[in-house]
Design a protein around this ligand. Structure first.
Ligand code: FES
Ligand SMILES: [Fe+2]
Length: 375
């Protein structure tokens, strides 16, 4: 697959083209073979947002999620350990747990195989009639689980380096901004899909070159001038920091929402491959926004978990959510249009403006390197 790119060259040629500011080939955003490689070489090997620590506080608590395309269940076992498993029954593959809740055991709804919260198979009806049935070899498959502040992350690769290796300086960067993630409480989850490949959505997230053109309310609030708005690529995460405009603070009635508060700079961080953390100016807030592949290459699954300081009132939350959704709808129209353009096949490679879009260049190099890696 990698040797027959739309640009017609080899993967080495593509690496050189990316370094010069050319984009990934257009067909990488729809080709099922690329999506299959991404599943194997990106999503089965990386740390991805699973959910909230607050949902698995007590022994017996569990929640389900998708880590990229991998169904996962996270449990707090009887010993109080946080555990994670591929949420797929070892019998014939039905998803074992649904939603979230509190249970002694997890029972598959298909034929009632029952697993303990540590993943071991406890009961399989009629197994006693079966010769050589070894329940001990049929535990749910474990995944790695770790937390950062209120967030739970999972990694299907048991040999992958710890979460702290990929987070790097990101936690201290957030802390230095004055935001205490531990002081925030979960308020709202939103989920949707958009008709574009996940990489288009990530790339759209990674630049604010489009902000003055496409996001009038955002640009009223945040100083999106290239001399004020900072972009920084690190190995596994990229950051964008944009100061709030003085005018928005002086005349809050005319601003998209009242942005007066402790947070004076917006922060938009992307952690490879699908996690983003966003902080808007105003009272203490943070939102996780996950950009993950959907059920086919032209679909992206979006999930956001919004956290605010407990003192932030509902009206302020409503105004900030509405602001975020307005910007989100503008972005959805952009990425769906890009998908249509790439699908034409007539413009097989785009040209980045690397001074404003080097975070995209960095992301595309990560994609290219991951897919070119030996299996
Ligand atoms: S698939 Fe789970 S019990 Fe049969
Ligand atoms: Fe945008």
């Amino acid at each position: 697959v990698l040797r027959e790119t739309a640009s017609g060259g080899s993967t080495d040629d593509l690496g050189r083209a990316l370094a010069q500011g050319w984009t990934l080939p257009a067909d990488w955003y729809s080709d099922p073979a690329i999506a299959a490689l991404e599943r194997e070489r990106i999503f089965r090997r990386t740390w991805q947002y699973a959910g909230r620590v607050g949902d698995v506080e007590r022994p017996g608590d569990f929640f389900t999620c998708l880590a990229g395309p991998v169904p996962v269940v996270v449990t707090r076992d009887r010993e109080g350990e946080l555990r994670g498993f591929v949420n797929v029954c070892r019998h014939r593959g039905h998803l074992v747990a649904q939603g979230c809740g509190h249970r002694e055991t997890l029972q598959c709804p298909y034929h009632a195989w029952t697993y303990a919260l540590d993943g071991s198979l406890r009961a399989a009806p009629r197994a006693d009639r079966e010769r050589g049935f070894d329940a001990s070899a049929l535990s749910l498959l474990p995944v790695q689980v770790e937390t950062w502040g209120p967030f739970v992350f999972v990694n299907p690769d048991l040999d992958a380096p710890p979460l702290s290796d990929v987070l790097g300086d990101l936690p201290s960067l957030v802390e230095r901004s004055g935001l205490d993630l531990g002081s925030l409480e979960f308020r709202l989850r939103q989920e949707s899909t958009v008709a574009a490949n996940w990489k288009i959505v990530v790339e759209n997230f990674l630049e604010c070159y489009h902000c003055p053109v496409a996001h009038p309310s955002f640009s009223d609030l945040i100083d999106v001038d290239p001399d004020a708005y900072r972009l920084e690529a690190n190995e596994w995460y990229s950051s964008q920091i944009g100061p709030v405009r003085a005018a928005a603070l002086e005349r809050p009635d005319e601003a998209p929402y009242d942005a007066r508060g402790e947070v004076a700079e917006s922060q938009f961080h992307h952690l490879w491959p699908t996690f983003t953390l966003n902080v808007e100016p105003g009272p203490p807030n943070a939102s996780v926004f996950v950009i993950a592949p959907g059920s086919h290459p032209r679909e992206t699954r979006l999930l956001s978990d919004l956290f605010f300081h407990p003192d932030v009132d509902d009206e302020q939350v409503r105004a900030m959510v509405e602001f975020g959704n307005t910007v989100g709808a503008e972005d959805n129209a952009l990425v769906e249009s890009v998908q249509q353009g790439l699908d034409s096949g007539l413009v097989p490679q785009g040209r980045l403006l690397v001074s404003s879009e080097h975070l995209i260049q960095h992301f595309q190099a990560l994609v290219h390197t991951a897919l070119a890696a030996d299996a």
